[in-house]
Write a protein that binds this ligand. Structure first.
Ligand code: UGA
Length: 433
């Protein structure tokens, strides 16, 4: 805990995944943090300590810091921004139609900050992933008041975001204003992680490049997996051997259904857009996106080859979340697969330990959902594991097989032991093993 002299009054704009994790983390470090969001229902729930999504550890911290009044939630900009020493922008930057990032929410947040912090000069800190040039845009917008701007990109992974806040691989600060950067760096005192102070463009680009590289690694792994399986090689072993080289590293080298989520797909597209805008080679980024899309088609192709036609066939899809340990379905590869299966005329029955499919949250995908994996598998001609939930690795495979009509199991996340699946009577096809 900080001594009273270094505790700051901070504003966080945006109560989404990034904003809430940072708000709770900064409050836990001892700062007084007020969070602004335009969604009144969300704010009302947060005031009662209810976090609107699943993130391990976040709910407990929110409740604890609400109780000691280091966290405040409001939809009134004046209440949050007045007197704040810094304003953290944590609003979404979704994909725009041209593949770049839609900076509309960012611009609206900036207008709000501009209007409601008129008597103050808060340091504006951008946490949202932005394209190169946002820091300069903000500086121009606030030129009359000479408001300092610092890029401080976030590197949190959903599902382990609280852990990532307290144990970062790096803290990156980019600004033309050394004093402002030092003030933001001071906030993180007590957190152990290397701090990089640099110029704004470098900070902005390093975040986008980091997500783009993670996405490239996954598409590379998926390409190698396809080559390994068509030549009788062991996919997982090939990738494991590759990852032991410290120049390559084992992370994000799991083959499977491809990457999804609110970040990797849109940041890879934004990287391609930026490369084109910069007259730099963009083909690498474009290819990684095409490979990612093709992974879903690859699963549909495997099912079609084995079942002849998918029309009228019952397919059980286990896992809806874009990855394990989250209830997030944004850009979920599983939902994209389900949608492609429905297009073929298949009947899709699903299960997820955490996600409840609702018409409003699933991008228009309508499939039946069951309360357990075995119930979902009942009467199915084929079963696909689409999310790497650890519990799917512990399923009673004999019971699962008995409840099905057919014997085809496509393990698109490599969670099962191939020998165990075959011993249970499955025609087992893996993508990641
Ligand atoms: C990603 C980055 O990992 C974070 O560093 C970054 O801060 C965050 O985006 C962001 O910009 O906010 P996240 O979206 O939570 O984090 O998800 P990842 O853990 O990177 O996984 C993304 C997708 O790739 C998932 O669908 C996952 O199943 C898939 N994946 C991951 C693979 O297919 N193979 C792997 O080896 C790893």
């Amino acid at each position: 805990m900080l001594d009273a002299a270094v505790r700051e009054r901070l504003a966080v704009v945006g109560a989404g995944h990034v904003g809430l994790v940072y708000a709770a983390g900064l409050a836990e470090l001892g700062h007084h943090v007020s969070v602004l969001d335009i969604d009144r229902d969300r704010i009302a729930a947060l005031r009662r300590g209810i976090v609107p999504f699943f993130e391990p550890g976040l709910g407990d911290l929110v409740k604890k810091d609400l109780a000691v009044r280091r966290l405040l939630f409001s939809s009134q900009p004046g209440e949050v921004l007045k007197g704040a020493k810094m304003a953290f922008i944590c609003v979404p930057t979704p994909s725009a139609n041209d593949g770049g990032l839609d900076e509309g929410p960012m611009r609206r947040a900036l207008q709000t900050i501009r209007r409601f912090s008129r008597r103050d000069r808060p340091i504006i800190v951008t946490k949202s992933t932005v394209s190169v040039g946002m820091n300069r845009y903000i500086k121009d917008l606030f030129r009359d008041r000479k408001v300092p701007v610092v890029s401080n990109p976030e590197y949190l992974r959903e599902g382990s975001a609280m852990h990532d806040f307290f144990h970062p691989h790096r803290i990156v600060l980019g600004s033309d204003d050394g004093d402002a950067m030092a003030a933001v760096a001071k906030l993180y005192e007590g957190i152990d992680g290397p701090v990089f102070t640099t110029d704004p463009v470098t900070a902005e680009l390093s975040k986008l490049a980091s997500n783009a590289f993670l996405a490239l690694k996954i598409s590379f792994a998926n390409s190698i997996a396809r080559i390994a399986s068509s030549n009788g090689g062991d996919v997982a072993e090939t990738l494991r051997i590759l990852g032991t080289d410290p120049r390559i590293g084992p992370g994000h080298l799991r083959a499977g259904l491809g990457f999804g989520g609110a970040c990797l797909p849109k940041d890879l597209a934004a990287m391609e857009h930026l490369a084109r805008r910069s007259a730099a080679p963009y083909e690498l980024f474009a290819a990684a996106q095409a490979i990612n899309r093709d992974q879903r088609q690859h699963v549909v192709d495997i099912l079609t080859a084995k079942l002849m036609s998918l029309s009228g066939r019952r397919i059980a899809v286990l896992g809806l979340a874009f990855k394990a340990d989250t209830d997030d379905v944004r850009e979920s590869p599983s939902l994209a697969l389900i949608s492609e299966l429905l297009d073929t005329g298949a009947n899709v029955v699903t299960h997820d330990p955490m996600v409840k499919l609702r018409a409003s949250s699933n991008g228009g995908v309508f499939a039946t959902q069951r309360r357990s994996a075995v119930e979902a598998a009942k009467g199915a001609h084929a079963l696909v594991i689409a999310t790497e939930w650890p519990q799917y690795g512990k399923l009673d495979l004999t019971r699962l097989r008995r409840s099905m009509k057919g014997d085809l199991l496509v393990d698109a996340r490599g969670v099962l032991e191939p020998a165990a699946a075959r011993a249970a009577g499955f025609d087992y096809v893996a993508i990641g093993t």
